[in-house]
Design a protein around this ligand. Sequence first.
Ligand code: GLN
Length: 542
Amino acid sequence: MARYVFITGGVVSSLGKGLAAAALGALLQTRGYKVRLRKLDPYLNVDPGTMSPYQHGEVYVTEDGAETDLDLGHYERFTGVPARGSDSVSSGRIYWTVITRERRGDYLGATVQVIPHVTNAIKEFIVNDAGDADIVICEIGGTVGDIEGLPFLEAIRQLGNELPRGDCAYIHVTLVPWIPSAGELKTKPTQHSVRELRAIGIQPDALLCRCDRPIPPEARRKIALQCSVREDAVIPAIDCETIYEVPIRYHEAGLDDVLLQALGVEEVAAPALATWEEIVERVKKPEGEVTVAIVGKYTGLIDAYKSLYEALTHGGIANRVRVHLEWIDAEAFAGEMPDDRLQDVNAVLVPGGFGERGAEGKIAAVTYAREKGLPFLGICFGMQLACIEVARNLAGLDGASSTEFGPCPHPVVGLLTEWEKEGRVQRRRADEDLGGTMRLGAYPCLLEPGSLVHGIYGAQRISERHRHRYEVNINYRPILEEAGLRFSGMSPDGRLPEIIELPAHPWFVGVQFHPELKSRPFAPHPLFAAFIRAALEQSRLV
Ligand code: GLN
């Protein structure tokens, strides 16, 4: 039977609970445990698929095609355990489940209530489908005190009573702010937050105290006394230079020992932290640097491109270089050639995106990279726009565009209404709901022998994750090939272009999938490793 660790947050949001859960998962793995990480989000959306990345950050897609919270990306990057749709749930989905059951008549005769019906559905989610995990880490989104989060907190309180004693532990992440005018670290917000949690009936076993500087022993003692937590369980979580340092710092601060004690585990192996030490060494002591321009729409919020940002860092780790990112808002130069901003970069990346706004600017960035021989990587929307660019400027198809922006004379990119998944035909209509209806999750792709990507992957059949509604229109393949484009990756039935490249260019690749979702610091994705290597080679030319 699995043991459970619940992670709650207090004082303010954005304390990095997701990262804390992920780093804890990685640390427990170094001590020999199999882990599974789960996220419970209090919002009423059924999933984050239709939420703005501006508000909520990136939508992370799992192998099995669920659109989930970006924290699942942290979990996968730190633990390498592929997340599943069943690892992420929102209040919206829980209520949906309960109401569906009510309509079906499952509760016939009963008054349907938050306790026990909603809390039971939450508990089912937590304990279901844990596989062979020794420890399941569940992060509760939001902050203690939020109205929306109450049913989740109530459910994890109940589980503490229902599971065998010692099978679950609670970690509360708080903030210990530095007040410059007083010249002091303040423990009061932590005290209040724990009081709130205890009022619900949850006594934390450990506190992870986020702070921008070391927390002196007196402050830790005070927190321990006021919050009824043992002093060695008041763990300072100090800001780090790189997130990949966090598992090591947690171990030094004693988090794993405290937690394993709380779970009643007595003898455990010493942690094997060498992999994390090597990653940190490579991040902190690079041997060179490159600059990559990311020409996108949500450039104001890095969280909107979280996995991409990390995957580029991993490409840097693979090549022992620091990767500087130049975030460029595509709307700033709509339709015009970007000049000075791209002059000093070593590579250009056009990431995934939706909608017409900024599209012409992104196409202009493709033209720039293509003409100047700058390494170019187009991801999803980026690949679609690269095909449109080639169609317009190399194949002479004026008005080539995507039907995502409305009718056009040359629909080089068009709506996908029918495709195959695991031997079954999937169908979509133009007028259906927007939620959960894209081509989502892992699909196989066959690589053309001798192509650039075949060399990069070192395999002929690959699998990558998707999240899109439109596809490069196969009918334009002959004319685009004539213009110099190579279709180097295709769906096994040969109907869906998955990868394009320009053999006449030093490094020009577009992929219909999202390789960034599968990159790990300890296993950088081959495409990102190769892209950064190409950028490094470019930097040596200038
Ligand atoms: N907007 C495009 C589509 O729906 C690309 C999506 C993406 O980049 N994720 O196909």
